[in-house]
Design a protein around this ligand. Sequence first.
Ligand SMILES: C[S@@+](CC[C@H](N)C(=O)[O-])C[C@H]1O[C@@H](n2cnc3c(N)ncnc32)[C@H](O)[C@@H]1O
Length: 225
Amino acid sequence: MALAVSDPRWSAVDDYIAGKLIGEDAALAAALADNRRAGLPAIDVSPAQGKLLQLLAKGVGARRILEIGTLGGYSTIWLARALEPDGRLVTLELDPAYAAVARMNIDQAGVGDLVEIRIGPACDTLADLCGGDDASFDFIFVDADKENYAAYLGYAIRLSRPGTMLVFDNVVREGEVMNPQSDDPKVPGTRQLYDALQDNRRIDATAIQTVGSKKWDGFLLALVQ
Ligand SMILES: C[S@@+](CC[C@H](N)C(=O)[O-])C[C@H]1O[C@@H](n2cnc3c(N)ncnc32)[C@H](O)[C@@H]1O
């Protein structure tokens, strides 16, 4: 059972960081407001996490970005803004209603021309992507159903090249990830991701625990060799 640990200082520090290093952004604020109005769950990345994704994607000079798990497009907007003008971002979403909200948010943020949303179970859309032209991405962000994280790693490897950066979100789960008997149904899939990466010589990886407005969780960062 998760401890549901939380401390109000975590969110306060996130606000401090956002105030100092991120600032206000009308398009991102509007996207979050539209998501809540449309009844989407508040499971978008935080502003600090969105900025981190953007910096990482910029750092590897990403021209092609793949995102698994669009929701209302909040993280998509952060990542699309990392792209060069001739770049492309493909984002995968199961729920057509979420994808419609994301399309509106992404267009309103002025990055609509760079972003393609593919609707359906990601394992199906990923299989299609593997069979298509130009099936190589520079940066891949995985933030969908944890039950499929190991499968998403397999697809991410097929859709990468040496130097591709991979980021998997929510890989600590309030510490439950180390509990093989966890009640959290998302834990086994997350553990399978770690198992698949253990001793994998093609992927160099680490994971970082985080606290903040999204409570105690973490992300896994990997580079394809
Ligand atoms: C945590 S949310 C994504 C949040 C988003 N990345 C952000 O930060 O703004 C996870 C999303 O994955 C989607 N999802 C869940 N299972 C999926 C699947 N099998 N294929 C594609 N998308 C899926 C959910 O509908 C949800 O919108």
